[in-house]
Design a protein around this ligand. Structure first.
Ligand code: SF4
Length: 288
């Protein structure tokens, strides 16, 4: 296992003081440490945005990919070596906007990995444009007269699209966030954790105080195997006019992962396959 200290790099974070990214990363490193996952057995792929800097500060293997492409990059890593713990990270603009097609299809594919979305309802790195999670009516640099679009609903989409683990947490509750990350990493399949992560610099509406006053934890009375109940909870934020926002695990189910059924992976990870005796002349003739 690796300690939280061993999982931290020496890089000085470039995030704004007070950003929700700090507690998110402390929760993630603590989750990895408590699960006994050594840093050399974990890989993080990120997209572009403030969240894209994540693998500068966590001492696992890492890959900073293109905008909206952390999920397919992480999927490729997992298929190359399914013995690794693989995490994809990105913002709500990155994942729910630019990478939305990857997001949608990842649920039916069910590759075993954790996808963390830094959901701050704004484009932070580019200094405050409306994102897919920006509330209707909110004034931003790109919507000076108020946002005309309603927000995306990632949890409802995840559940409806065949997701096997869908959760939301709040960056202001680090212990709860850590517990949900642990469940998501332990889950065998594609696990989405949407993190309400305040951008303290460019989103003056969805602040720590805003979420603190509205979130509540799903308790044992919520049946995480009941898809209809999970969808109802996923719509509660909008249906209550942002008065009640549930956090916790909304839905989970057991279903075989992609890699557990791929015939090419039954004899072990691709990176451990012997390649020395493979005849490649035919492929070279065809493609070269
Ligand atoms: S711009 Fe917003 S999301 Fe980015 S580091 Fe600053 S506070 Fe965090």
């Amino acid at each position: 296992m690796s300690t939280v200290q061993e999982l931290s790099t020496k890089e000085k974070p470039q995030w704004c003081p007070g950003c929700g990214n700090f507690s998110l990363h402390m929760a993630l490193k603590t989750a990895l440490s408590e699960l006994g996952i050594p840093r050399e057995k974990a890989v993080m792929a990120t997209g572009i945005g403030c969240s894209g800097k994540s693998n500068h500060y966590i001492n696992t293997y890492g890959y900073e990919s293109l905008h909206g492409r952390s999920v397919p990059t992480a999927a490729g890593i997992k298929l190359a070596n399914h013995e690794l713990t693989v995490i994809a990270e990105g913002g709500d603009g990155d994942g729910y906007g630019i990478g939305s097609a990857h997001f949608l299809h990842s649920f039916r594919r069910n590759i075993d990995m954790l996808y963390i979305v830094h959901d701050n309802a704004i484009y932070g790195l580019t200094t405050g444009q409306a994102s897919p999670m920006t509330q209707k009516g909110m004034k931003t640099k790109s919507t000076p007269h108020g946002n005309l679009e309603i927000p995306f609903n990632p949890l409802a989409v995840a559940i409806a699209a065949g997701g096997t683990f869908a959760a939301r947490v709040f960056a202001g509750d680090i212990m709860h966030m850590k517990d949900v990350f642990k469940q998501a990493i332990a889950h065998k399949g594609f696990a989405l954790v949407d993190v309400l992560q305040p951008c303290v610099t460019f989103n003056k509406l969805n602040t720590f105080q805003f979420w603190q006053q509205r979130v509540y934890k799903l308790d044992a009375t919520h049946d995480t195997s009941n898809k209809a109940a999970a969808l109802e909870k996923a719509f509660e934020e909008v249906n209550s006019g942002y008065a009640k926002i549930p956090i916790g695990v909304f839905y989970k189910e057991e279903r075989p992962t992609y890699e557990s059924e791929a015939p090419q992976l039954q004899s072990g990870p691709l990176v451990k396959h012997a390649v020395a005796n493979e005849a490649i002349e035919k492929a070279l003739d065809e493609f070269m």
